[in-house]
Design a protein around this ligand. Sequence first.
Ligand code: FES
Length: 157
Amino acid sequence: MSLQFSETSEQRIEETLKRYPTKQAALLPVFWIAQEQFGWISQETIELIARRLDLSPAHIYGVATFYTMLLKKPAGKYHLQVCRTLPCALMGCDSLIGYLKERLGIEEGETTDDKKFTLTTVECLASCGTGPAMMVNEKYYENLTCERAEEILKELK
Ligand code: FES
């Protein structure tokens, strides 16, 4: 049986579609609903969204690959997204990224063996004046140092 939206997701999609002039315009919120249900955006999820919104899978795929916050493979329990854009670079994000890679034993885009952490680098997180910035799932952290990053990792169970 092909992938299906849950009843809850389907209700949310219905509500979302009412707020947009076309199904295509509602694509991003529908992505979020799908990612919340399935954890990531697989090829099957792309096909499901395409069927639901009467759009081509190629269009859905193109949008999915543009946005780094849409996960193209399963992530760990905590998704660390570190900004690598210039203002954060000037404030030392390279050291932070290097520290996290060494500390977790993974490269960018990888997940630790225990499936606890996924590390990615992303474009501006809109905290440019308080960089380096990082998101852990939905939570923002700013003015980061390697020491603060270590504290954050220890706080995450
Ligand atoms: S440049 Fe890093 S948050 Fe904007």
